[in-house]
Design a protein around this ligand. Structure first.
Ligand SMILES: *Cc1c(COP(=O)(O)O)cnc(C)c1O
Length: 386
Protein backbone atom coordinates (compact mmCIF):
# COMPACT_ATOMS: atom_id res chain seq x y z
CA UNK A 1 0.00 0.00 0.00
CA UNK A 2 1.27 3.43 -0.95
CA UNK A 3 0.53 6.73 0.74
CA UNK A 4 -1.77 9.21 -0.94
CA UNK A 5 -0.25 12.49 -2.04
CA UNK A 6 -1.34 15.42 -4.23
CA UNK A 7 1.09 14.35 -6.94
CA UNK A 8 -0.32 16.83 -9.49
CA UNK A 9 0.38 19.73 -7.15
CA UNK A 10 3.83 18.40 -6.37
CA UNK A 11 4.72 18.50 -10.08
CA UNK A 12 5.01 22.29 -9.97
CA UNK A 13 7.17 22.53 -6.84
CA UNK A 14 10.95 22.52 -6.83
CA UNK A 15 12.30 19.34 -5.28
CA UNK A 16 13.44 18.21 -2.80
CA UNK A 17 10.93 19.48 -0.26
CA UNK A 18 9.14 18.34 2.86
CA UNK A 19 5.42 17.75 2.77
CA UNK A 20 3.45 17.70 6.03
CA UNK A 21 0.06 16.05 6.22
CA UNK A 22 -1.67 18.39 8.68
CA UNK A 23 -4.73 16.18 8.96
CA UNK A 24 -2.52 13.41 10.27
CA UNK A 25 -0.73 15.81 12.62
CA UNK A 26 -4.07 16.99 14.01
CA UNK A 27 -5.30 13.39 14.36
CA UNK A 28 -2.07 12.54 16.22
CA UNK A 29 -2.47 15.50 18.56
CA UNK A 30 -6.08 14.54 19.20
CA UNK A 31 -5.07 10.97 20.00
CA UNK A 32 -2.50 12.23 22.52
CA UNK A 33 -4.93 14.65 24.15
CA UNK A 34 -7.57 11.93 24.41
CA UNK A 35 -5.18 9.64 26.34
CA UNK A 36 -3.77 12.43 28.50
CA UNK A 37 -7.25 13.45 29.59
CA UNK A 38 -7.76 9.98 31.08
CA UNK A 39 -5.02 10.56 33.62
CA UNK A 40 -5.00 13.24 36.26
CA UNK A 41 -1.91 15.40 36.42
CA UNK A 42 -0.43 14.35 33.05
CA UNK A 43 1.10 17.22 31.07
CA UNK A 44 2.71 16.99 27.61
CA UNK A 45 5.43 19.22 26.26
CA UNK A 46 6.38 18.90 22.60
CA UNK A 47 10.14 18.40 22.08
CA UNK A 48 10.80 21.22 19.63
CA UNK A 49 14.07 19.73 18.45
CA UNK A 50 12.18 17.08 16.46
CA UNK A 51 10.78 19.72 14.11
CA UNK A 52 10.63 23.49 14.60
CA UNK A 53 8.70 24.33 11.42
CA UNK A 54 6.54 27.30 12.48
CA UNK A 55 3.38 25.90 10.88
CA UNK A 56 3.71 22.66 12.82
CA UNK A 57 4.64 24.44 16.05
CA UNK A 58 1.57 26.62 15.72
CA UNK A 59 -0.73 23.61 15.31
CA UNK A 60 0.91 21.86 18.26
CA UNK A 61 0.49 24.94 20.45
CA UNK A 62 -3.21 25.09 19.55
CA UNK A 63 -3.56 21.52 20.86
CA UNK A 64 -2.53 22.88 24.26
CA UNK A 65 0.90 21.33 24.63
CA UNK A 66 3.87 23.05 26.18
CA UNK A 67 7.31 23.28 24.56
CA UNK A 68 10.44 21.38 25.56
CA UNK A 69 13.43 23.38 24.32
CA UNK A 70 17.12 22.51 24.18
CA UNK A 71 18.51 25.88 23.06
CA UNK A 72 17.87 29.61 23.19
CA UNK A 73 16.90 29.45 19.54
CA UNK A 74 14.18 26.93 20.31
CA UNK A 75 12.89 29.11 23.16
CA UNK A 76 12.68 32.01 20.70
CA UNK A 77 10.94 29.87 18.07
CA UNK A 78 8.43 28.69 20.68
CA UNK A 79 7.71 32.20 21.97
CA UNK A 80 7.31 33.43 18.39
CA UNK A 81 4.44 31.03 17.67
CA UNK A 82 2.83 31.89 20.99
CA UNK A 83 3.74 29.15 23.44
CA UNK A 84 3.23 30.76 26.87
CA UNK A 85 6.51 31.02 28.83
CA UNK A 86 4.95 29.15 31.74
CA UNK A 87 4.66 26.13 29.43
CA UNK A 88 8.29 26.23 28.28
CA UNK A 89 10.98 23.99 29.75
CA UNK A 90 14.65 24.32 28.91
CA UNK A 91 16.90 21.25 28.89
CA UNK A 92 20.38 20.58 27.56
CA UNK A 93 23.77 19.50 28.77
CA UNK A 94 25.49 22.78 27.83
CA UNK A 95 23.38 25.91 28.30
CA UNK A 96 25.22 29.15 27.59
CA UNK A 97 24.75 32.33 29.61
CA UNK A 98 22.64 34.16 27.03
CA UNK A 99 20.34 31.15 26.78
CA UNK A 100 19.89 30.97 30.54
CA UNK A 101 19.27 34.73 30.65
CA UNK A 102 16.66 34.41 27.91
CA UNK A 103 14.85 31.79 29.98
CA UNK A 104 15.07 33.94 33.11
CA UNK A 105 13.85 37.07 31.31
CA UNK A 106 10.76 35.21 30.16
CA UNK A 107 10.20 33.42 33.48
CA UNK A 108 9.98 30.02 31.79
CA UNK A 109 8.45 27.13 33.67
CA UNK A 110 11.63 25.25 34.45
CA UNK A 111 15.30 24.67 33.70
CA UNK A 112 16.25 21.01 33.56
CA UNK A 113 19.79 21.09 34.95
CA UNK A 114 22.48 18.53 34.41
CA UNK A 115 25.36 19.44 36.75
CA UNK A 116 26.43 21.42 39.83
CA UNK A 117 28.47 23.92 37.79
CA UNK A 118 25.37 24.64 35.71
CA UNK A 119 23.29 25.12 38.87
CA UNK A 120 25.85 27.58 40.16
CA UNK A 121 25.70 29.62 36.96
CA UNK A 122 21.89 29.64 36.93
CA UNK A 123 21.87 30.73 40.59
CA UNK A 124 24.33 33.51 39.85
CA UNK A 125 22.53 34.77 36.72
CA UNK A 126 19.17 34.64 38.52
CA UNK A 127 20.60 36.59 41.45
CA UNK A 128 21.77 39.33 39.08
CA UNK A 129 18.15 39.68 37.97
CA UNK A 130 16.71 39.30 41.50
CA UNK A 131 14.80 36.26 40.29
CA UNK A 132 14.39 32.69 41.41
CA UNK A 133 14.92 30.08 38.73
CA UNK A 134 12.73 27.00 38.92
CA UNK A 135 14.86 23.94 38.28
CA UNK A 136 14.43 20.22 37.84
CA UNK A 137 17.38 17.89 38.23
CA UNK A 138 18.03 15.76 35.19
CA UNK A 139 19.10 12.47 36.64
CA UNK A 140 20.78 9.75 34.65
CA UNK A 141 18.70 6.73 35.69
CA UNK A 142 21.14 4.20 34.25
CA UNK A 143 18.28 2.50 32.42
CA UNK A 144 19.04 1.05 29.00
CA UNK A 145 16.67 1.45 26.10
CA UNK A 146 16.38 -1.12 23.35
CA UNK A 147 17.10 1.31 20.58
CA UNK A 148 20.05 2.41 18.44
CA UNK A 149 23.22 3.07 20.51
CA UNK A 150 23.47 6.62 19.15
CA UNK A 151 20.06 7.54 20.56
CA UNK A 152 20.38 5.92 23.98
CA UNK A 153 20.79 8.62 26.61
CA UNK A 154 20.00 7.11 30.00
CA UNK A 155 23.04 4.90 30.60
CA UNK A 156 25.77 5.77 33.09
CA UNK A 157 28.24 6.01 30.19
CA UNK A 158 26.20 8.73 28.40
CA UNK A 159 27.04 12.41 28.84
CA UNK A 160 23.54 13.32 29.97
CA UNK A 161 22.27 14.01 33.45
CA UNK A 162 23.48 13.77 37.02
CA UNK A 163 24.64 10.34 38.21
CA UNK A 164 22.31 8.75 40.75
CA UNK A 165 25.06 8.49 43.36
CA UNK A 166 25.52 12.29 43.15
CA UNK A 167 21.84 13.09 43.68
CA UNK A 168 22.04 13.64 47.44
CA UNK A 169 25.06 15.84 47.06
CA UNK A 170 23.42 17.95 44.33
CA UNK A 171 20.29 18.37 46.44
CA UNK A 172 22.46 19.60 49.31
CA UNK A 173 24.02 22.15 46.98
CA UNK A 174 20.64 23.31 45.68
CA UNK A 175 19.33 23.83 49.18
CA UNK A 176 22.20 26.24 49.85
CA UNK A 177 21.42 28.34 46.77
CA UNK A 178 19.14 31.33 47.22
CA UNK A 179 18.08 31.93 43.63
CA UNK A 180 17.11 28.47 42.48
CA UNK A 181 14.20 26.43 43.68
CA UNK A 182 13.97 22.69 43.13
CA UNK A 183 10.60 21.86 41.59
CA UNK A 184 11.13 18.61 39.73
CA UNK A 185 13.07 15.56 38.68
CA UNK A 186 13.76 14.99 35.00
CA UNK A 187 14.69 11.87 33.04
CA UNK A 188 15.03 10.88 29.40
CA UNK A 189 16.27 7.42 28.47
CA UNK A 190 16.45 7.61 24.69
CA UNK A 191 14.47 7.75 21.48
CA UNK A 192 12.51 5.45 19.15
CA UNK A 193 11.58 3.17 22.06
CA UNK A 194 8.86 0.63 21.28
CA UNK A 195 9.31 -1.74 24.21
CA UNK A 196 7.08 -0.54 27.05
CA UNK A 197 9.33 -2.54 29.38
CA UNK A 198 11.97 0.18 28.98
CA UNK A 199 9.57 2.83 30.25
CA UNK A 200 8.53 0.46 33.01
CA UNK A 201 12.17 0.14 34.09
CA UNK A 202 12.36 3.92 34.28
CA UNK A 203 9.20 4.00 36.44
CA UNK A 204 10.71 1.47 38.84
CA UNK A 205 13.83 3.58 39.15
CA UNK A 206 11.83 6.72 39.80
CA UNK A 207 9.71 4.96 42.43
CA UNK A 208 12.91 4.03 44.29
CA UNK A 209 14.25 7.58 44.04
CA UNK A 210 11.03 9.06 45.39
CA UNK A 211 11.28 6.81 48.45
CA UNK A 212 14.88 7.88 48.89
CA UNK A 213 13.84 11.54 48.71
CA UNK A 214 11.01 11.05 51.15
CA UNK A 215 13.48 9.83 53.73
CA UNK A 216 14.94 13.31 53.42
CA UNK A 217 11.45 14.89 53.55
CA UNK A 218 11.72 16.14 49.98
CA UNK A 219 8.78 16.05 47.61
CA UNK A 220 9.04 17.71 44.21
CA UNK A 221 6.09 19.29 42.34
CA UNK A 222 6.62 17.33 39.18
CA UNK A 223 8.30 14.33 37.65
CA UNK A 224 9.35 14.67 34.02
CA UNK A 225 9.97 11.41 32.19
CA UNK A 226 11.16 12.92 28.89
CA UNK A 227 10.11 11.49 25.55
CA UNK A 228 11.25 8.58 23.48
CA UNK A 229 8.09 6.85 22.27
CA UNK A 230 8.85 5.31 18.89
CA UNK A 231 6.88 5.07 15.67
CA UNK A 232 6.42 2.35 13.03
CA UNK A 233 8.90 3.27 10.29
CA UNK A 234 8.10 0.03 8.43
CA UNK A 235 4.37 0.67 8.08
CA UNK A 236 3.54 4.37 7.89
CA UNK A 237 0.31 3.65 5.98
CA UNK A 238 -1.03 0.86 8.17
CA UNK A 239 0.18 2.28 11.49
CA UNK A 240 0.15 6.06 11.18
CA UNK A 241 -0.40 6.64 14.91
CA UNK A 242 1.95 5.49 17.68
CA UNK A 243 0.50 3.45 20.51
CA UNK A 244 -0.19 6.36 22.82
CA UNK A 245 -2.60 4.33 24.94
CA UNK A 246 0.00 1.73 25.96
CA UNK A 247 2.55 4.46 26.54
CA UNK A 248 0.48 6.60 28.91
CA UNK A 249 -1.14 3.57 30.55
CA UNK A 250 2.32 2.16 31.34
CA UNK A 251 3.20 5.30 33.27
CA UNK A 252 -0.21 5.50 34.91
CA UNK A 253 0.11 1.93 36.15
CA UNK A 254 3.78 1.84 37.07
CA UNK A 255 4.72 5.26 38.36
CA UNK A 256 3.66 6.05 41.91
CA UNK A 257 2.89 9.76 41.92
CA UNK A 258 2.48 11.53 45.24
CA UNK A 259 -0.68 13.53 45.91
CA UNK A 260 -0.59 16.78 43.94
CA UNK A 261 2.39 15.73 41.84
CA UNK A 262 2.18 16.18 38.09
CA UNK A 263 3.78 13.92 35.51
CA UNK A 264 5.35 15.62 32.53
CA UNK A 265 6.14 14.08 29.14
CA UNK A 266 8.30 15.43 26.34
CA UNK A 267 7.26 13.74 23.12
CA UNK A 268 9.00 14.71 19.92
CA UNK A 269 9.22 11.99 17.30
CA UNK A 270 5.87 10.41 18.18
CA UNK A 271 4.11 13.72 17.50
CA UNK A 272 5.56 14.70 14.13
CA UNK A 273 7.41 11.81 12.46
CA UNK A 274 4.58 10.20 10.52
CA UNK A 275 3.05 13.40 9.15
CA UNK A 276 6.23 14.36 7.27
CA UNK A 277 7.49 13.07 3.93
CA UNK A 278 10.55 14.08 1.97
CA UNK A 279 9.57 14.43 -1.67
CA UNK A 280 12.40 14.07 -4.15
CA UNK A 281 12.70 13.65 -7.91
CA UNK A 282 14.48 10.90 -9.79
CA UNK A 283 17.38 12.33 -11.72
CA UNK A 284 18.86 9.22 -13.29
CA UNK A 285 18.58 5.47 -13.29
CA UNK A 286 22.07 4.07 -13.40
CA UNK A 287 22.67 0.41 -14.07
CA UNK A 288 25.73 -0.89 -12.21
CA UNK A 289 27.39 -4.27 -12.69
CA UNK A 290 25.21 -6.02 -10.09
CA UNK A 291 22.50 -3.54 -9.21
CA UNK A 292 20.70 -0.47 -10.41
CA UNK A 293 20.75 2.89 -8.70
CA UNK A 294 17.92 5.35 -8.49
CA UNK A 295 19.72 8.67 -8.14
CA UNK A 296 17.45 11.31 -6.62
CA UNK A 297 17.85 15.04 -6.07
CA UNK A 298 17.63 14.81 -2.25
CA UNK A 299 20.71 13.94 -0.24
CA UNK A 300 21.70 13.52 3.38
CA UNK A 301 21.77 17.30 3.62
CA UNK A 302 17.96 17.08 3.44
CA UNK A 303 17.48 13.95 5.57
CA UNK A 304 20.48 12.70 7.50
CA UNK A 305 18.92 9.90 9.55
CA UNK A 306 19.90 7.03 7.22
CA UNK A 307 23.52 8.25 7.06
CA UNK A 308 23.73 9.12 10.76
CA UNK A 309 21.95 6.21 12.42
CA UNK A 310 21.47 3.68 9.60
CA UNK A 311 17.79 4.56 9.99
CA UNK A 312 15.18 2.88 7.83
CA UNK A 313 12.63 4.97 5.93
CA UNK A 314 9.99 3.46 3.70
CA UNK A 315 10.48 4.68 0.13
CA UNK A 316 7.75 4.81 -2.52
CA UNK A 317 7.60 5.90 -6.15
CA UNK A 318 4.41 7.98 -6.17
CA UNK A 319 4.50 8.68 -9.93
CA UNK A 320 4.65 5.16 -11.31
CA UNK A 321 2.40 2.12 -11.54
CA UNK A 322 4.90 0.01 -13.49
CA UNK A 323 5.84 -3.41 -12.09
CA UNK A 324 8.27 -3.34 -9.19
CA UNK A 325 12.02 -3.44 -9.63
CA UNK A 326 14.84 -3.29 -7.10
CA UNK A 327 16.99 -0.19 -6.65
CA UNK A 328 19.52 1.37 -4.34
CA UNK A 329 18.10 4.83 -3.76
CA UNK A 330 20.97 7.29 -3.46
CA UNK A 331 21.54 11.05 -3.32
CA UNK A 332 23.90 13.32 -5.25
CA UNK A 333 26.30 14.20 -2.41
CA UNK A 334 29.95 13.27 -2.65
CA UNK A 335 29.92 10.86 0.30
CA UNK A 336 29.42 7.09 0.25
CA UNK A 337 26.93 7.31 3.12
CA UNK A 338 24.54 9.34 0.96
CA UNK A 339 22.16 6.42 0.56
CA UNK A 340 18.46 6.43 1.49
CA UNK A 341 17.91 2.72 1.05
CA UNK A 342 19.52 -0.37 -0.40
CA UNK A 343 17.65 -3.10 -2.28
CA UNK A 344 14.42 -1.10 -2.26
CA UNK A 345 11.47 -2.40 -4.27
CA UNK A 346 9.92 0.48 -6.18
CA UNK A 347 7.46 0.61 -9.02
CA UNK A 348 9.49 0.78 -12.24
CA UNK A 349 11.22 4.13 -12.00
CA UNK A 350 12.12 6.65 -14.70
CA UNK A 351 13.77 10.03 -14.77
CA UNK A 352 11.39 12.65 -13.39
CA UNK A 353 9.40 10.29 -11.13
CA UNK A 354 8.61 11.62 -7.66
CA UNK A 355 9.90 9.53 -4.78
CA UNK A 356 8.39 9.79 -1.29
CA UNK A 357 10.67 9.11 1.67
CA UNK A 358 8.22 8.46 4.44
CA UNK A 359 8.07 9.07 8.20
CA UNK A 360 10.50 11.96 7.87
CA UNK A 361 8.69 14.56 9.98
CA UNK A 362 10.97 14.15 13.00
CA UNK A 363 14.70 14.92 12.89
CA UNK A 364 14.41 15.54 9.15
CA UNK A 365 13.95 19.13 7.99
CA UNK A 366 15.40 20.46 11.25
CA UNK A 367 18.68 18.57 10.77
CA UNK A 368 19.16 19.74 7.19
CA UNK A 369 22.51 21.28 6.31
CA UNK A 370 24.03 23.22 3.44
CA UNK A 371 26.96 20.90 2.79
CA UNK A 372 27.98 21.07 -0.89
CA UNK A 373 26.37 24.57 -0.90
CA UNK A 374 22.99 22.95 -1.26
CA UNK A 375 19.91 25.03 -0.47
CA UNK A 376 17.92 24.01 2.60
CA UNK A 377 14.71 22.10 1.79
CA UNK A 378 11.44 24.01 2.11
CA UNK A 379 8.57 22.59 4.20
CA UNK A 380 5.04 22.75 2.76
CA UNK A 381 1.87 21.73 4.56
CA UNK A 382 -1.17 20.04 3.13
CA UNK A 383 -3.18 23.09 4.30
CA UNK A 384 -1.33 25.18 1.69
CA UNK A 385 -2.06 22.70 -1.08
CA UNK A 386 -5.85 22.58 -1.04
C1 LIG B 1 15.22 14.54 22.35
C2 LIG B 1 14.57 14.71 23.64
C3 LIG B 1 13.19 14.49 23.77
C4 LIG B 1 12.34 14.00 22.63
O1 LIG B 1 12.66 12.71 22.26
P1 LIG B 1 11.73 11.91 21.22
O2 LIG B 1 12.40 10.60 21.12
O3 LIG B 1 11.74 12.66 19.95
O4 LIG B 1 10.37 11.81 21.82
C5 LIG B 1 12.62 14.72 24.99
N1 LIG B 1 13.35 15.15 26.06
C6 LIG B 1 14.67 15.38 25.95
C7 LIG B 1 15.41 15.86 27.15
C8 LIG B 1 15.33 15.17 24.77
O5 LIG B 1 16.63 15.39 24.69
Amino acid sequence: MKGTFPVERFATIRTPFYYYDMELLRATLQAICKEVRQHQGFVVHYAVKANANAKLLHTIRLAGMGADCVSGGEIEASLQVGFPPEKIVFAGVGKSDWEINLGLDHDIFCFNVESIPELQVIDQLARAKSKTARVALRLNPNVGAHTHANITTGLAENKFGIALRDMDNVINEVSKMKNVSLVGLHFHIGSQILDMGDFQALCNRINDLQLQLERRHIRVEHINVGGGLGIDYQHPNRVPLPDFKSYFDTYARQLKLRPGQTLHFELGRAVVAQCGTLITRTLYIKKGATKQFCIVDAGFTDLIRPALYQAYHKIENISSNLPEETYDVVGPICESTDVFGKQVDLNGTRRGDLIAIRSAGAYGEIMASQYNCRPLPVGYTSDEMT
